[in-house]
Design a protein. Structure first.
Length: 317
């Protein structure tokens, strides 16, 4: 069932215990949305817990350290920033068919939940911000920090093509009320661990150009994680790296998973739809950022990826 904000708020008011789920390889938006929502529920006097299948990067400790879960026995289950049930990762089999509510900003959402509140926004945290207002919950500093994290990370610190006037208005409101934006920007966009820096240096050596330099591809393998000492939980900033190169319109990062399969993250310049590129690979996402999964055949997956990218590049010529 597709619902709107008022119906979503009604569900939150009517239930007393909640379990909030984030997607695998958690980023700033899925975590910011989850912990901000948990704080909303706490302030409403509700019990809430959080679950993610993967390790959360230490970068986000200012959110995780401020959260103490409640014991929940028969919770109303909410997935935030999760476009497809398979993105729940290893907990999909257990919880995938039990999701009562999906709150998401991906138009590629598969509407897998019993109730689906989906709006085309820059970040899921933008939806959570407005949901708090709908519920009449005053945003404290912790909640504002969570929301700002999702908003800033999903927009590349307000640099990506998904930035709208609404994004700036929300950010300005958070700043007016007091948010640790300088601290968060430093952690999210200016600080690298030594292990991540080693991984980035190794990954850069795999850089390949295609289609007269309009496409750049980087590959990250499990062996690179071992050599660098880095973990998958901290490698998300690399996804933006190929697109930052002069002349590149489509950047892609292919990452080997622990099971030997491969995942690709695509970032594009304005005018090229990343979600269309990934949709041809049974993936999805947004116009500027999208993803898909390959099987275990790296060469075949990469070939299909490049064919899909070529179709999109040919469409602008």
């Amino acid at each position: 069932m597709v619902i709107d904000r008022k119906e979503c708020a009604k569900l939150l008011r009517e239930n007393g215990e909640f379990l909030v789920l984030s997607h695998e390889h958690p980023d700033g938006d899925t975590l910011g949305s989850a912990f901000a929502l948990c704080e909303i529920l706490r302030l409403m006097g509700k019990k809430r817990a959080f679950l993610c299948c993967d390790k959360i990067s230490a970068d986000f400790s200012y959110m995780t350290d401020g959260f103490t879960p409640d014991e929940v026995k028969n919770p109303f289950i909410i997935a935030v920033d999760v476009a497809d049930v398979k993105l729940l990762g290893s907990i999909a089999d257990e919880y995938g068919k039990k999701v009562d509510l999906s709150i998401d900003h991906h138009l590629s959402n598969t509407y897998y939940a019993k109730n689906n509140f989906v709006e085309d926004r820059a970040a899921a945290c933008e939806i959570i911000y407005e949901l708090a207002a709908e519920l009449g919950v005053e945003k404290n500093r912790y909640m504002r920090n969570c929301i700002y994290t999702g908003l800033s990370t999903d927009t590349g610190c307000f640099r990506y093509q998904n930035v709208t006037p609404s994004v700036f208005r929300v950010a300005a409101s958070l700043a007016e009320d007091g948010v640790d934006n300088v601290k968060i920007n430093k952690i999210m966009f200016e600080t690298k661990t030594k292990s991540f820096l080693r991984l980035e240096m190794i990954a850069r050596e795999t850089l390949e150009y295609y289609f007269d330099g309009k496409c750049a591809v980087i590959t990250i393998t499990q062996d690179m994680f071992r050599k660098s000492g880095s973990g998958e939980d901290e490698c998300y900033p690399i996804t933006a790296l190929p697109r930052q190169i002069e002349g590149v319109l489509v950047g892609a990062v292919i990452k080997e998973q622990k099971d030997g399969s491969f995942k690709v993250s695509v970032r594009t310049e304005d005018g090229i739809d990343a979600s269309e590129i990934c949709k041809r690979l049974n993936g999805g996402g947004h116009k500027g950022a999208a993803g898909a999964n390959f099987g275990n055949d790296y060469n075949e997956g990469k070939k299909l990826l490049l064919e899909s990218i070529k179709i999109s590049l040919d469409g602008i010529e």
